[in-house]
Design a binder for this molecule. Structure first.
Ligand SMILES: Nc1ncnc2c1ncn2[C@@H]1O[C@H](COP(=O)(O)OP(=O)(O)O)[C@@H](O)[C@H]1O
Ligand SMILES: [Mg+2]
Length: 544
């Protein structure tokens, strides 16, 4: 017996070495089951891994059952009956005939008969990770079997722990790699809408979540869904809800990640929305930019049997969100920057108009005042008529100036009659004032363009004409507007001296402002010019 005992101990040690040489958890579990069957001589062995609810088994690895037997039994045990006893008690259990035990619930159809039974828990840091189940040993299991399996279970625990660490380390390094890839992709997207959509979609893929929603606070104390990913979530974009008392609003205020295993049981989650979208679990991560929460990412329902998120998911989501925040910050700064430049351009324009009003119109009015004096002091009819004539000319010229200024500020015709009549006026005053011949051709159809696009095109053409007077020395300018295939194209072409666009002053607000203005309506500006060959400015704007 002592000899036999020594033999068994040796094979136990060998089994321990074999088990700990495996790296993946699946392989470790399989080895443990086989080693347990080996050293006890049990016909069947199984290892059940307890799930997070601690009520059921999430994995069931077996030895001794053929594949056909497996298939005939169908679904594997989940932890009722005797298996359940071990889940709850975490104590070794040895029975001569498990079918005689009052706690037994019997076997499913096609299950091979099993009588003698030995069950031993595998403890990991004080809690039961799973159980080893052995059945059908000739003559039943002995106390020694129980000791040996208990020793094996202790070794198995270490191997399981190592394999888990190894798997989580490799998974984490894989995830870090894809996190970095995504991080780069995010930084390349500067338009906030598109960026947020990309963030939602990437996070959903990373977490294998059913849906991800991004909500940002609005100025009127609400939260608005700016992006969403997942089936059937398109309709969510644009939806808003009150910020106080909402889960997202609270996470935003607290600035801390929160994981909710069951949204129904969280009093902060609005039960109506939870039911409406059929969500069970949630992971809420604040989008922090320089320690300030600017929005909230909410992931719902991991694609697993209970939908909950784990510690790994929290870590992954936080790391990802940190990268996304950098991209969002960047995109907002770029947007602010281009807005600032547009505003700066407008200011410059206003200053010019103010100067013109002051210098030209102011001076003209002063001259008129002087002329009036001449009228008052006229000694004879002829001098009076002469003074009145001069005065009339001055008034006519001033009136023209004022009209021109008004048109430059904001042509009334643009609001009242639309782009083409407004351009006709502009072109008329331009031709009169400069002596440059202008041809205007518009093929825009009956329907008016959206107001924003009309203004943009008007301003772009106006600015292009200003450049023609200032720089081109042209004799003719032609303007063409065409609406076709969901976009409108505007072209301003002059026969002046042209210039080298690459060498043009970069500080000129004209061309830069034109490009930005076009960008604001998702349009594109192209400049075709060469010294001595005239200039063509084309803008293409999509029409929704
Ligand atoms: N139609 C044109 N013909 C010739 N040169 C032009 C024309 N439009 C622009 N340019 C050149 O491009 C430069 C930049 O234009 P812009 O950005 O409008 O600045 P600005 O008009 O204030 O100089 C001009 O200084 C000029 O040299
Ligand atoms: Mg200019």
């Amino acid at each position: 017996m002592a000899e036999a005992g020594g033999e068994r101990l040796r094979s136990l040690i060998e089994a321990g070495i074999g088990v700990s040489s495996e790296l993946t958890l699946d392989a470790v579990l399989q080895r443990i089951v086989e080693a347990a069957a080996d050293i006890t001589g049990a016909r069947y062995a199984a290892l059940g891994v307890i799930d997070r609810t601690r009520q059921r088994l999430e994995r069931f690895v077996t030895s001794g059952l053929s594949r056909e037997e497996h298939e005939r039994i169908g679904e594997l045990p989940r932890g009722r009956g005797i298996l359940g006893v071990l889940i709850h008690d975490a104590q070794a259990l040895r029975l001569d005939d498990l079918t005689q035990d009052p706690r037994s619930v019997g076997f499913p159809p096609n299950h091979p008969p099993m009588r003698s039974f030995l069950g031993v828990p595998i403890m990991l840091r004080g809690t039961a990770y799973g159980n080893l189940y052995l059945t059908e040993k000739d003559g039943g299991f002995s106390a020694e079997d129980q000791d040996l399996v208990t020793l094996l279970a202790a070794q198995a625990a270490v191997a399981v722990e190592n394999a888990r660490l190894y798997e989580s380390a490799t998974r984490w390094s894989r995830q870090l790699e894809s996190l970095n890839e995504i991080g780069f992709a995010l930084i390349g997207e500067l338009e906030l809408d598109k960026l947020l959509a990309l963030v939602a979609q990437s996070l959903r893929e990373l977490l294998a979540a059913r849906m991800v929603v991004i909500a940002l606070p609005t100025s009127d104390d609400r939260m608005r869904v700016e992006a969403a990913a997942g089936d059937g979530t398109e309709e969510l974009v644009g939806w808003s809800f009150p910020r106080p008392n909402s889960k997202a609003g609270r996470v935003l205020d607290r600035g801390r990640t929160e994981r909710v295993d069951s949204v129904i049981d969280d009093p902060e989650v609005d039960p109506i929305s939870a039911r409406r979208f059929g969500i069970r679990a949630g992971l809420y991560v604040p989008l922090l930019v320089r320690d300030h929460a600017i929005g909230v990412l909410a992931a719902h329902d991991k694609e697993s049997h209970d939908g909950r998120f784990g510690d790994d998911d929290v870590r992954l989501a936080e790391q990802f969100t940190a990268r996304a925040a950098i991209a969002v910050d960047l995109s907002e700064r770029v947007a602010r920057d281009s807005l600032r430049r547009v505003v700066a351009g407008q200011e410059l324009e206003r200053r010019r108009l103010a100067r013109e009003l002051h210098d030209e119109t102011g001076q003209a009015l002063t001259s008129i005042l002087l002329g009036l004096k001449g009228v008052e002091e006229a000694k004879d009819a002829e001098t009076l008529a002469e003074a009145a004539r001069n005065l009339r000319e001055l008034v006519v010229a001033t009136l023209q100036d004022v009209r021109r200024l008004a048109v430059e500020l904001r042509p009334k015709a643009l609001d009242d009659f639309g782009l083409v009549p407004a351009l006709e006026r502009l072109v008329e005053t331009f031709a009169e004032g400069t002596g440059i011949e202008v041809q205007l051709e518009a093929r825009l159809g009956e329907e008016r363009l959206p107001g924003e696009i009309e203004t943009t095109l008007y301003r772009l053409i106006q600015e292009a004409l200003t450049n023609v007077v200032k720089h081109a020395h042209a004799t003719t300018v032609s303007i063409l507007l065409v609406r076709r295939d969901g976009k409108v194209t505007g072209i301003v072409e002059d026969d002046g001296r042209g210039f080298d666009p690459a060498a043009a002053r970069a500080d000129g607000l004209g061309l830069v402002g034109m490009r930005e203005r076009a960008g604001l309506v998702a349009g594109r500006l192209t400049i075709e010019a060469a010294a001595g060959a005239g200039t063509t400015i084309a803008v293409e704007v999509p029409v929704p």
